[in-house]
Design a protein around this ligand. Structure first.
Ligand SMILES: [Zn+2]
Ligand SMILES: [Zn+2]
Length: 168
């Protein structure tokens, strides 16, 4: 959604399949109009994005994971890297703050890919019922900033991995 290269999704799919043992099919791109963003914050509200995704891909099995180029927020959070709804079986990750350019650093595709993968594993973990983990290396550790995202791994710790296997 909104400026994410299809190539990024194509690269993410096999990495997510390896971690979740589910098939990841790539859907057609979706564009959310800037008029649907909060005009003052210039960010999209999480639930607006979820509702658009659920409306755009109604006939589906399994989970819906979106990757969006725009910035996201939710109630009580100035911004979020991503989130999920376990009941609606939908998850989304924003690449907006995963790009080094956001921090006035040089573009780095490998960094964007790794960060996006970590936040996708995190968001999907929520959609499989996982809560935040206190292990800073675990993908379910909550990223307060990009430093947390960089410090964690693209995998769950053993405890979270056992939980996700039970819920899968
Ligand atoms: Zn989270
Ligand atoms: Zn964990």
């Amino acid at each position: 959604m909104n400026g994410v290269e299809p190539e990024l999704c194509e690269r993410l799919a096999p990495c997510l399949e390896e971690r979740f043992f589910h098939k990841f099919a790539i859907e057609k791109p979706l564009t959310l109009s800037p008029t649907q963003a909060n005009s003052i914050r210039r960010q999209f509200f999480l639930n607006t994005v979820f509702n658009r995704m659920l409306a755009a891909y109604p006939a589906r099995e399994g989970l819906l994971l979106g990757v969006i180029g725009s910035d996201l927020y939710k109630t009580s959070h100035n911004f979020i890297f991503g989130d999920a709804s376990e009941t609606d079986r939908v998850a989304v990750v924003s690449t907006f703050r995963l790009k080094p350019e956001f921090y006035n650093e040089a573009p780095d595709d490998a960094a964007v890919f790794n960060r996006t993968l970590k936040e996708c594993v995190h968001a999907l973990g929520h959609s499989f019922g996982l809560k935040h983990c206190y292990n800073t290396r675990c993908a379910m550790y909550y990223s307060h900033s990009i430093y947390d995202t960089d410090a964690k791994l693209t995998y769950f710790c053993d405890t979270c991995d056992k939980r996700v296997r039970a819920n899968r």
